[in-house]
Design a protein around this ligand. Structure first.
Ligand SMILES: Nc1ncnc2c1ncn2[C@@H]1O[C@H](COP(=O)(O)OP(=O)(O)O)[C@@H](O)[C@H]1O
Ligand SMILES: [Mg+2]
Length: 478
């Protein structure tokens, strides 16, 4: 009896399950990118291999209906025949996580795309990202230098913050992301290029990122011509990589271009397997996936690093009705808006400071910094409000000291917020620039007071003195 018990114990139950024969199913229908198979016992997310006329083709289970399994190809769908065999394969693909990936360009499954040979590493692990308890996350307290003057000074980003980069096409998103990759003080940059045109991916890596940017970054790319599943995977892999390095204690900068294309890929899949469309053609699962993805970024627990994230969101014109932009705005900790008007006038980076906001800025900068930034923003808002009157000559100088100051400081702010493509402006230097701007305002105010006092001494008020300013703006412009 004892012998039988010890023999039973010696059987490795895991092994006996692992070696159990795999049941294969058959393909019953293909419509668009969706394949239907029968005879399989698989779970959503499992991978399968389908026998085609041109060899095996990999697919993933994306849903089911009773015993009908819905599959989508991870690559191109071709040469499939009716009743083709479908074999389940290991669902947990080993992904080569590790620092050996730095400088590499990979697809969503970890295959190299840069022609620099196979990715091999002794440290390759099968890492499963853990969910962080919101109560154990460190709060956002430290600023992160992104190397962009306008952002560092007026829209300071905190370590662990999730920002949106809202812009139309061709207004400088990729260039800005590239500048941040080169200019940030973060330890590692993980870039996800999802749904871009293939040419743009190459351009981003070779021209915008350059050698310097590539050395400390990992690029995960899924151009527009890849299957929606691969686009989705690329985005998720980008997040997992960032989480992997965050868990190792690194401060990671995560750049995802774009969140809109991620949502579009999910829409393609969801609609194909029969989910009903809800808002502007987007099925409900899209709005559940977006926060789930964004929540994965942020600060880790006490022993972990941080993921500071920038997600680009495509907005054409001033389409505030776009459901993805709407949803993103609500789940992110701030947004930077790029303006086509600024880009058209050659003002780069085309950041519309007034429409942009960093919600964590007060928590990560000094009171002095915050006050200076607020003052400059007020001057910008004042200038914008009065711009039309100024441009048609309806504003008379001296009518309102605030508008006078806004006009005086405008060219200085204009120069301050521009930055050349190859130029990096560290945080300390950005702050110095902001101080210089504030000094111009203080000196101007002092001059005004001095002029006013001089005028009073001579017994007559001078232009720009508060007396003149108190004259109603409307009466002056009539
Ligand atoms: N900082 C900059 N300085 C000069 N030109 C810029 C700058 N940023 C963007 N541009 C110009 O804008 C073009 C479009 O930028 P890109 O980043 O490719 O746009 P998007 O990614 O939004 O489609 C670039 O080819 C470049 O000519
Ligand atoms: Mg681009």
């Amino acid at each position: 009896m004892g012998n039988l018990l010890s023999r039973l114990k010696s059987i490795n139950i895991q092994d006996s399950f692992a070696s159990k024969p795999q049941v294969s199913g058959t393909l019953t229908r293909v419509a668009g990118l969706t394949m239907e198979a029968k005879g399989l016992k698989v779970a959503v997310g499992d991978r399968c291999r389908i026998d085609t006329k041109d060899g095996p083709m990999d697919a993933e289970v994306v849903g089911f209906n009773n015993d009908l399994i819905y599959l989508m190809p991870t690559d191109e769908l071709k040469s499939v025949t009716p009743n083709a065999s479908v074999h389940p394969i290991s669902s947990r693909a080993d992904f080569p996580y590790g620092s050996h990936l730095l400088g590499r360009v990979i697809d969503g499954l970890g295959n190299p795309l840069d022609g620099l040979g196979p990715i091999t590493s002794k440290t390759a692990t099968c890492y499963v990202p853990s969910r962080i308890n919101p109560m154990s996350r460190r709060p956002v307290k430290q600023p992160l230098d992104v190397g962009i003057r306008a952002i560092n000074s007026l829209l300071t980003v905190g370590q662990g913050q999730r920002m949106g980069l809202f812009a139309g096409s061709g207004v400088g998103k990729s260039v800005l992301l590239g500048m941040m990759t080169r200019g940030t003080t973060a330890d590692i940059v993980v870039v996800g290029l999802v749904g871009e045109r293939g040419r743009e991916v190459k351009e981003f890596i070779e021209e915008i990122l350059g050698e310097e940017g590539r050395a400390r970054s990992i690029v995960v790319a899924a151009p527009a011509d890849t299957s929606p599943l691969m686009r989705l995977k690329a985005c998720e892999t980008t997040l997992s990589l960032a989480e992997y390095f965050r868990d190792q204690g690194y401060n990671v900068l995560l750049l995802v271009d774009s969140l809109t294309r991620y949502a579009m890929a999910q829409r393609e899949i969801a609609l194909a397997i029969g989910e009903p469309p809800a808002t502007k053609g987007y099925p409900p699962s899209v709005f559940a996936k977006l926060p789930a993805l964004v929540e994965r970024a942020g600060n880790g627990g006490p022993d972990q690093g941080s993921i500071t994230a920038f997600f680009t969101v495509l907005v054409e014109g001033d389409d505030l009705q776009d459901p993805i932009a709407d949803s993103a705005r609500a789940i992110l900790d701030g947004h930077i808006v790029l303006s086509r008007e600024l880009a058209d006038s050659g003002h780069y980076p085309a950041i519309d400071v007034e429409k942009s906001v960093s919600r964590v800025m007060p928590a990560v900068v000094s009171d002095e910094h915050m006050t200076m930034a607020r003052t400059i923003r007020q001057c910008m808002a004042q200038y914008t409000q009065s711009k039309e009157l100024i441009s048609i000559g309806a504003y008379v100088r001296g009518s309102d000291p605030k508008i006078d100051q806004a006009i005086m400081i405008h060219p200085h702010i204009d120069a301050f917020t521009q930055q050349k493509m190859k130029e990096i402006v560290p945080f300390a230097k950005s702050l110095e620039g902001l101080k210089d701007l504030s000094m111009i305002l203080i000196r101007d105010a002092q001059d005004r007071v001095a002029r006013m006092q001089g005028g009073q001494m001579q017994g007559q008020p001078q232009q720009g003195a508060p007396k003149a300013a108190s004259i109603s703006f409307n009466r002056q412009s009539q």
